[in-house]
Design a protein around this ligand. Structure first.
Ligand SMILES: *[C@@H]1O[C@H](CO)[C@@H](O)[C@H](O)[C@H]1NC(C)=O
Ligand SMILES: *[C@@H]1O[C@H](CO)[C@@H](O)[C@H](O)[C@H]1NC(C)=O
Ligand SMILES: *[C@@H]1O[C@H](CO)[C@@H](O)[C@H](O)[C@H]1NC(C)=O
Ligand SMILES: *[C@@H]1O[C@H](CO)[C@@H](O)[C@H](O)[C@H]1NC(C)=O
Length: 375
């Protein structure tokens, strides 16, 4: 099945284009530049690139000037985590050079906590898998110049049925801050049917009140269109359901996330979920497309594979400094899909991402200025 897909002409074209992006984004900018002083874009095109929200830091905690980069345990390990894996991952981020490229957040997902709060009502690290506690892990990670992320849920339980933080925002935020946590991913399970617009701001305020600067990552799966309201609440907000390690999932999510491009910018980003690169469910070419599209969409670049045991190909994709530079461009305008074609879902998905990927190079600073000037 995977092999048949590789040899289809459409995939080959796709691969060539994505390859062109990886290897020569500079050439693409040249190709799209105004020729002989003539405008390069129609007025429709300028409207597509509307960016009036850009540069407004709505959540004023000083973070997320560019999309966050790092690693998260879920996509590869799911619940099978422990402090050894987290430490070895921190070590591997350094030894592979990934940390130096900007992947600094080491984010623990669900399953770090014991099944119940202690008698004082505090969350407790699972004594079997995190016997040294989270503070020790934060110290370990900080000593390497990295940052530690943790996970909780805006409900009464996490998705894996550990205690949630709904109605415990203040004490949980204080505990995370006391441990030296730098990042909170806040999930959406067991939410009692209360709207996310009501459940997510209390944790923002609780984190702020600790006085510690903590990245706030909303994971409410796109419910109630968070792009429209979450800029004032979090540093990033998931726009869709969970990704899985397949081409259809990746392209479906990319298309859904595209709708909210105008709402991304420094301080707050659309989050189409964490990377699957290196997890084995897509081909090398498909992972190259995945990484390139995420970079263009100004998505968080959170590695989701086992960085202690990556293939050379996986490391090469994740280390592509030119692609990372597109993602981390300080202007922070999300690349858009500007054209779609094809009849069935997969063809449309491919067509969209091909064209979107090419033209998505527009919003680098000099280009945007010329767009505004000429169109
Ligand atoms: C820690 O987790 C990893 C990955 O699931 C596993 O391979 C390892 O055996 C675990 N170590 C301990 C001490 O439980
Ligand atoms: C808390 O919020 C205020 C007002 O938005 C902001 O100035 C301050 O930097 C925030 N502090 C932290 C620790 O996030
Ligand atoms: C992966 O996502 C796709 C697209 O959303 C979905 O059709 C498929 O069922 C998912 N696969 C798994 C194993 O969850
Ligand atoms: C490393 O990854 C390969 C697949 O790329 C796998 O076969 C092997 O079991 C992994 N080794 C460890 C120690 O996880």
């Amino acid at each position: 099945m995977a092999q048949n897909r590789i040899f289809s002409p459409r995939i080959l074209l796709f691969s060539v284009l994505i390859w062109a992006l990886n290897a020569a984004s500079a050439e693409m900018v040249v190709r799209l530049s105004p020729r002989n002083g003539k405008p390069c874009f129609s007025s429709t095109f300028s409207r597509i690139f509307e960016a009036s929200k850009n540069g407004i830091f709505q959540l004023d905690n000083g973070l997320a000037e560019t999309p966050q980069m790092g690693w998260n345990s879920w996509n590869f390990f799911a619940c099978n985590i422990n402090e050894t894996v987290i430490k070895e991952t921190a070590d591997a981020l350094i030894s592979t050079g990934l940390a130096a490229l900007g992947y600094v957040y080491v984010n623990i997902d669900d399953c770090w906590s014991a099944a119940e709060r202690n008698p004082e009502g505090q969350l407790v690290p699972d004594p079997k898998t995190f016997p040294s506690g989270i503070k020790a892990l934060a110290d370990y990670v900080h000593d390497k110049g990295l940052k530690l992320g943790i996970y909780s849920d805006a409900g009464i339980f996490t998705c894996q049925v550990r205690p949630g933080s709904l109605y415990h925002e203040k004490e949980d935020a204080e505990l995370f801050a006391s441990w030296g946590v730098d990042y909170l991913k806040y999930d959406n399970c067991y939410n009692l049917g209360i709207k996310p617009e009501e459940r997510y701001p209390p944790m923002r305020d609780a984190l702020n009140a600790t006085g510690r600067t903590i990245f706030y990552s909303l994971c409410e799966w796109g419910v109630d269109d968070p792009a429209l309201w979450a800029g004032k609440v979090g540093n990033s907000w998931r726009t869709t359901d969970d990704i899985n390690d397949s081409w259809v999932s990746m392209t479906t999510i990319a298309d859904l996330n595209n709708k909210w491009a105008a709402y991304a910018g420094p301080g707050g980003w659309n989050d189409p979920d964490m990377l699957e690169v290196g997890n084995g469910g897509m081909t090398y070419q498909e992972y190259r497309a995945h990484f390139s599209i995420w970079a263009l969409m100004k998505a968080p670049l959170l590695i989701g594979c086992d960085v202690r045991n990556m293939t050379a190909e996986t490391l090469e994709l994740l280390s592509n400094a030119e692609v990372i530079a597109v993602n981390q461009d300080s202007l922070g305008v999300q690349g858009r899909r500007v054209h779609s074609s094809g009849t069935d879902g997969l063809q449309a998905g491919l067509g969209r991402t091909i064209v979107g990927t090419q033209l998505g190079c527009c919003p680098v600073e000099p280009m945007l200025k010329s767009c505004n000037r000429h169109c």
